[in-house]
Design a protein around this ligand. Structure first.
Ligand SMILES: CC(C)(COP(=O)(O)OP(=O)(O)OC[C@H]1O[C@@H](n2cnc3c(N)ncnc32)[C@H](O)[C@@H]1OP(=O)(O)O)[C@@H](O)C(=O)NCCC(=O)NCCS
Length: 182
């Protein structure tokens, strides 16, 4: 998405996106999005556990608000020098307006600040929209986990290497100037 189209979309939607760390008070709004986003949504207890792990530095979760509305969220799990994207979702009414791009860019900068060398994730083979989003960040498929979802659908494992290097930082700045760090 170009910077111009992103700005135009932002003005269409009114309020600017504000990104913050996930807190317990966000969980009700997150549950509503989670329910419509996934066949097997995470329960509130899973999010509570992830918040607890975030306090210990093992996770990092963000939420995005437009005005008073929580419109998206996403998180990272830190694993021996890499960061794994655990969850990323945008409320249906706000999709294709750059919410996930902003969240993923913020998460990627966080991974860089934590000295991670790569970003990884799994995505459903049918989820071509999410795969397009990840490809725009430089994720590439590296393998398949068979029947990973509900013991039925395969997961594509995607990897984004060398996230600390200048080309990836430049890509992040281009994809999402709002999230850019020095
Ligand atoms: C996948 C998801 C997170 C994308 O969120 P989003 O905020 O709509 O994504 P963005 O607006 O930042 O999209 C950025 C780019 O990704 C690609 N993309 C995103 N959704 C797409 C879709 N449904 N179809 C095709 N391309 C898509 C496009 O290239 C898009 O740029 P464009 O709108 O200029 O064409 C969202 O559809 C969602 O919450 N889905 C349900 C949960 C889910 O599947 N999460 C991912 C789990 S691995």
């Amino acid at each position: 998405m170009s910077v111009l189209s992103r700005l135009l979309r932002r003005s269409d939607d009114g309020a600017e996106l504000v990104v913050d760390v996930l807190k317990r008070r966000d969980l009700a709004a997150i549950q509503a999005i989670e329910q419509v986003s996934y066949p097997k949504p995470w329960t509130p207890n899973v999010f509570l556990s992830e918040i607890e792990l975030s306090r210990r530095g093992e996770r990092h979760y963000l939420v995005a608000h437009r005005g008073s509305e929580l419109v998206g969220y996403g998180g990272l799990m830190f694993v021996v020098g890499d960061a794994h994207v655990t969850n990323l979702a945008c409320a249906p009414a706000h999709q294709r307006t750059g919410v996930a791009t902003r969240l993923l860019a913020e998460l990627a900068w966080q991974a860089i600040e934590r000295d991670c060398g790569a970003l990884t994730l799994e995505v459903r083979t049918s989820n071509v929209g999410a795969q397009a989003l990840y490809r725009s960040f430089g994720f590439a498929p590296v393998g398949v986990r068979q029947r990973y979802y509900e013991n039925v659908e395969d997961a594509i494992v995607m990897w984004c290497h060398d996230v600390a290097d200048a080309p990836f930082r430049d890509r992040l700045r281009e994809l999402c100037p709002e999230a850019a760090r020095g």
